[in-house]
Design a protein. Structure first.
Ligand code: C2E
Ligand code: SIN
Ligand code: SIN
Ligand code: SIN
Ligand code: FE
Ligand code: FE
Length: 376
C-alpha cells in the first residue's frame, strides 16, 4: 500500500507533464488493482454555453478520441447528480438507459456495461464530471467504490489545478496587456470568430493528427490572443487606411516577437514552462505568420517545422481577414476567399488539411460568419 501511495503522489506531483499523461498514469495504477476499469474521462462543464464536453480521457484499448459533447439541459439524469451532489453507479447500462441519446448510444457501442459517475465541484460551482466506465457488468462494488472515491479526489484535484493554471495564465495575459485595446482595434467579434474557426479546423483534422479534446479546447481559448503583440504597434500604423510603406511594414511585423515576449514573461512568472496549455498558447502567437514555403515571419520556418496549432491559427486568421473588412481592405466574396485559400495551398504556403477542414464545414463556417458579423 505504501508503494501505491508513493506512486500516486509521484503521479500527481509531476506537474510538468500534461493532464492527459497524468490521467493515464493514474489509470495505469488503478488498473493494477482494478483491471476492469477500462476508461476514465473528465468532462468539463461550460456554464456560458451549458455544454458538457470531454476534456481528457484515458482509454488504453478503445477509441479514445471520440469527443462527447452535450447540452446539460438535455441530459436530465446527469443534472440530477449535480443537484443532489451525488455520485451514481450504473450496474447495467443496457438495462438502465433506454433513451436514444448520443451519449448512451456511444457508451453501448463501446461495449461499456457499467459506470461510476462523480460530479466535481469547485466551491458551490459544478465544474466537471469524472466518469469511470467498465466493460464488465456490475463492476462497481463497495470495496472498489471506496478506493475510487479516494482516487476521484486526486483526479479532481489534478483537473482543478490545471484549470486554475490555465485561468491564471489567461487572466494574467489579459490584465497585463490591456487586452481591451485589442478588443477595440479588432472588435470582439473578430476574436470570437477566430476562436470558433480555429476549433472548427481542429475538429476537422483531429482524427488524422491525433488531436485530443483538451488540445481543441485550449486552441479555442487561446486563438483570440494570436495578435496580442499588436498592443505594442502604434495606432497610426494599425489603423492606416491604405498600404503600409516599407518602414511601417517592418514595424508591423514586430507584433509577433512582441507577443512572444509578453507570453514568455507570463509563462515564466507563473512557472508554467513545460505546461501543455502554455506551449499551445505560445505557438499560437509565435507561429501564426509562418508559411509552409518558408516565406513567412519571423523565423521563415517550413511546413513540417510549423506546429499544427500555428498552422490552424494562420488559416483562421487569413480566412477572417479576407472575409471581413479591415482599415486597409474591403471584405471579399466567399468565392474569392475560397479561391485565394486554394491558391495559398497550391503555393505550399497554407496547410492543405487545415484548409480542407475549414472549407468542408461550409454550414458551420458560414453560420459563424453570419452570427458574429461585425457591426456595420
Ligand atoms: P490582419 O488584418 O489581421 O491580417 C491577417 C493576415 O491575413 C495577414 O497577415 C495576411 O496573412 C492575411 N491577408 C490579408 N490580406 C490578404 C490578401 O489579400 N491575400 C492573402 N493571401 N492574405 C491576406 P500579414 O500580411 O502578415 O499582416 C499582418 C497584419 O499587418 C494585418 O493583420 C494588418 O493588421 C497589417 N497589415 C497588413 N497589410 C496592411 C496594409 O496594407 N495596410 C495596413 N494598414 N495594415 C496592414
Ligand atoms: C465522456 O465521454 O466524456 C463522457 C461519457 C462517459 O464516459 O460516461
Ligand atoms: C443518457 O445519455 O441519456 C444518460 C447518460 C448518463 O446519464 O450518463
Ligand atoms: C462557443 O464556445 O462556441 C462560443 C464562444 C466562443 O467561441 O467564443
Ligand atoms: Fe498577426
Ligand atoms: Fe488577426
Amino acid at each position: 500500500m505504501q508503494t501505491k501511495t508513493n506512486q500516486l503522489m509521484d503521479a500527481i506531483s509531476m506537474s510538468k507533464i500534461d493532464l492527459s499523461q497524468r490521467l493515464e498514469n493514474l489509470h495505469e495504477i488503478i488498473r493494477g488493482r482494478y483491471e476492469f476499469i477500462d476508461r476514465i474521462a473528465i468532462a468539463l462543464y461550460d456554464a456560458k454555453t451549458d455544454l458538457l464536453k470531454t476534456f481528457v480521457s484515458s482509454t488504453p484499448d478503445g477509441s479514445p478520441l471520440k469527443a462527447y459533447e452535450a447540452h446539460m439541459s438535455e441530459v436530465p439524469s446527469l443534472q440530477t447528480l449535480i443537484h443532489l451532489r451525488k455520485s451514481r453507479i450504473v450496474q447495467d447500462i443496457d438495462d438502465t438507459f433506454h433513451a436514444h441519446s448520443d451519449h448512451t448510444e456511444w457508451l453501448k457501442k463501446q461495449h461499456y456495461l457499467s459506470s461510476y459517475t462523480i460530479p466535481v465541484f469547485q466551491g458551490s460551482h459544478f465544474v466537471a464530471f469524472l466518469f469511470f466506465d467498465s466493460k464488465t457488468p456490475n463492476a462497481f462494488q463497495q470495496e472498489t467504490l471506496h478506493f475510487l472515491d479516494v482516487f476521484a479526489d486526486l483526479a479532481a484535484h489534478l483537473y482543478l489545478v490545471e484549470l486554475a493554471a490555465v485561468k491564471s495564465l489567461l487572466n494574467t495575459v489579459n490584465l497585463a496587456t490591456d487586452f481591451a485595446r485589442i478588443r477595440d482595434l479588432e472588435t470582439g467579434n473578430h476574436l470570437d470568430r477566430m476562436a470558433m474557426y480555429s476549433r472548427l479546423i481542429a475538429k476537422g483534422i483531429a482524427e488524422k493528427y491525433q488531436l485530443t479534446d483538451e488540445f481543441v479546447e485550449y486552441l479555442h481559448l487561446f486563438a483570440p490572443l494570436h495578435d496580442i503583440g499588436k498592443v505594442g504597434i502604434p495606432d497610426k500604423i494599425l489603423l492606416k487606411p491604405g498600404k503600409l510603406d516599407a518602414d511601417e511594414w517592418n514595424t508591423m511585423k514586430k507584433h509577433v516577437q512582441l507577443g512572444v515576449l509578453m507570453i514568455d514573461q507570463m509563462i515564466e512568472d507563473l512557472g508554467l514552462n513545460q505546461n501543455t496549455a502554455a506551449t499551445i498558447m505560445r505557438n499560437v502567437v509565435s507561429g501564426h505568420h509562418e508559411r509552409g514555403d518558408g516565406s513567412g515571419y519571423p523565423l521563415g520556418l517550413t511546413l513540417a517545422q510549423i506546429p499544427i496549432e500555428s498552422r490552424i491559427i494562420a488559416i483562421a486568421d487569413v480566412y477572417d481577414a479576407l472575409s471581413t473588412s479591415r482599415p486597409y481592405k474591403k471584405a471579399w466574396s466567399e468565392e474569392d476567399v475560397i479561391a485565394e485559400l486554394h491558391k495559398e495551398v497550391a503555393a505550399g504556403r497554407l496547410d492543405a488539411d487545415c484548409v480542407t477542414a475549414l472549407l468542408n464545414a461550409t454550414e458551420e463556417r458560414l453560420q459563424i460568419q453570419t452570427q458574429f458579423a461585425d457591426p456595420i
